[in-house]
Design a protein around this ligand. Structure first.
Ligand SMILES: Nc1nc2c(ncn2[C@@H]2O[C@H](COP(=O)(O)OP(=O)(O)OP(=O)(O)O)[C@@H](O)[C@H]2O)c(=O)[nH]1
Ligand SMILES: [Mg+2]
Length: 346
């Protein structure tokens, strides 16, 4: 399945049906009175988070969603049918913004959550509603109310417990492949990973979701490489796994480059708990490992874990360190301490 994490969609809810003007006409019944029915309600446009989706790719093929109008009322006191709602299915983790892309309308974080984005117009009253003791032949009915239309932007921010960050070629995808059933593309050149990948890792009988994102390079926040927009997918993680390639010239410099990009991106990423691991230990001599660990320790101000995603040495320790932070975060904070606008009501 292709991956798409941003989409712009035009939505329109249905107009209400018009009320009807009619009078009862029947043999032997004089002055039958008004009998115009009400119009039906137009369809709403609703967004619903569903399970089993992790991309917005459907919205590349269809960008216009219009709900049908309610049916008009008819004589003999028949009300018009209301139109069906249109449901936009989105993956959990989808944020819905106004057209400006900045005003948050809704954040659907769990499957089953839904929000009405455009309400269908109410149907108009038929003339039967207007009868009264002083007006026994009302000849007026209300028109249906118009629907609403708007442009919205969908932005998917994957929901994972831990996110793997690092320079290209650090071995992020190799790590994800090693600890989960995910099959990300792995290769010996930068920017192998073009789209975020999710996998479920397990350790000591516990499971958590791990996200692998494209590598960051210096200047990513200015658009260098693949840019930093994929960092949105680790925004909601409880912990970051920062992988550093031990075979690089200087692990400390590599570490600092990525940290600088996290800071420039902001959104609270720089303050997230981070587990630092020196990868590719299998390809280094003990001497080299020692040197790189020292550099990394100086840069990160804490001792890194040493790991090899290729041989799995040290991998359980990394997973345990991640689960420890995840558990702690689950206990102390609510699931998504995001800066959310108050729930939007149409
Ligand atoms: N020797 C050794 N090689 C590794 C290890 N981990 C990854 N590699 C190799 O490093 C290269 C890059 O690995 P990837 O997993 O694609 O790196 P990445 O961080 O996902 O890179 P991007 O997707 O480009 O950001 C591949 O050739 C891997 O086989 C390791 O622990 N030891
Ligand atoms: Mg990769």
């Amino acid at each position: 399945m292709k991956f798409l994490d941003e989409a712009k969609v035009f939505i329109r809810s249905g107009d209400g049906g018009n009320g009807c003007v009619a009078f009862r006409r029947e043999k032997f019944i004089e002055f039958g009175g008004p009998s115009g029915g009400d119009g039906g309600k137009g369809g709403d446009v609703i967004a619903l988070a569903v399970e089993g989706l992790n991309t917005l790719i459907d919205y590349r093929y269809q960008q216009h969603f219009k709900a049908k109008a309610g049916r008009a009322g008819m004589g003999k006191d028949r009300h018009g049918a209301s139109a069906d709602d249109i449901v936009l299915k989105v993956p959990a983790g989808t944020q819905i913004y106004e057209e400006d892309g900045e005003t948050l309308l809704a954040d659907l974080t769990t499957a089953g959550e839904s929000v009405a984005l455009a309400r269908g117009g109410n149907g108009g009253f038929g003339n039967a509603r207007f009868k009264s003791s002083t007006n026994r032949t009302p000849r007026n009915a209300n028109p249906g109310q118009p629907g609403e239309e708007r442009v919205i932007r969908l932005r998917l921010k994957l929901i994972a417990d831990a996110g793997i960050i690092g320079l290209p070629n650090a071995g992020k995808s190799t790590f994800l492949a090693a600890v989960s059933a995910a099959k990300p593309k792995i290769a010996d050149y930068p920017f192998t990973t073009l789209n975020p990948q999710l996998g479920v890792a397990s350790i000591d009988g516990r499971e958590f979701v791990l996200a692998d994102i494209p590598g960051l390079i210096e200047g990513a926040h200015l658009g260098a490489g693949l840019g930093d927009r994929f960092l949105g997918h680790v925004e909601r993680c409880r912990v970051l796994l920062h992988l550093v390639d031990g075979t690089a010239a200087d692990a400390g410099v590599a570490y600092k480059t990525v940290r600088a990009e996290l800071k420039a991106y902001d959104h609270g990423l720089a303050g997230k708990p981070e587990i630092v691991a020196l990868n590719k230990a299998d390809a280094m001599s003990a001497e080299e490992i020692k040197r790189q660990v020292a550099r990394l320790k100086r840069a990160a101000k804490k001792a890194p874990l040493v790991v090899s995603a290729a041989t799995l040495a040290g991998v359980p320790e990394v997973l345990r360190a991640l689960t420890a932070v995840i558990d702690q975060a689950r206990q102390t904070s609510d699931p998504l301490p995001d800066t959310l606008a108050p729930a939007w009501q149409p």
